[in-house]
Design a protein around this ligand. Structure first.
Ligand code: FMN
Length: 163
């Protein structure tokens, strides 16, 4: 698992759009997302999986920072009913998805979709129930060129016993 933590990178520039992730691998990725911890084990998430190119292109235009979705093989949008700790639940689930993807040599990009008008556009495109928020979008695809791992160890960020 440490290997995947370092291997996972954000593919801001998109993916090799000639390659499609198999349904088996998408299901493995989703299974990892569903295995995430959640408050009181509520498992509040609904996963909308998009593989329709036209829809992927529309989703790529919802913010200025979602362009990579246009070349993705799939996008997974995590929806849930809003709750005090829901952003944390969804955040943990999306990281599980991204790490599972890395394990399968699939690149990913986590994207914010609750900003500006994006939320309403995404909800319209996905026909999301009114009570749900579309919290986060994950684009998935094979990298044209794999990105190298980061090293972000900063000793001064660590505080022992007291801040
Ligand atoms: C909650 C969240 C929202 C993000 N939203 C976007 C986004 O809208 N567009 C984008 O290109 N990257 C987005 N990112 C990816 C970050 O820019 C990226 O994680 C950061 O630059 C570090 O790079 P790395 O993921 O390759 O380590 C988001 C990341 C997180 C955790």
């Amino acid at each position: 698992m440490l290997k995947e933590i370092y291997k996972r990178r954000s593919y801001h520039d998109g993916f090799d759009d000639s390659r499609t992730i198999s349904e088996e691998d998408i299901n493995e990725i989703l299974k990892a997302g569903m295995n995430a911890p959640s408050t009181d084990n509520t498992q509040p998430w609904e996963f909308v999986v998009v593989d329709d190119r036209e829809l992927l292109v529309k989703l790529s235009r919802v913010t200025a920072w979602t362009k990579a979705t246009a070349t993705a093989s799939h996008a997974i949008i995590i929806c849930a009913e809003p709750d005090e700790l829901q952003e944390m639940n969804v955040g943990i689930a999306v990281q599980n998805l991204a790490l599972a993807a890395a394990n399968l040599d699939v690149g990913s990009l986590i994207m914010a979709i609750t900003i500006e008008d994006a939320q309403e556009t995404v909800k319209d495109l996905l026909e999301t129930p009114t009570a749900h928020t579309a919290y986060i979008m994950l684009a998935l695809g094979y990298p044209t060129e794999p990105l190298p791992p980061n090293d972000r160890w900063v000793e001064r960020k660590v505080h022992w016993n007291k801040f």
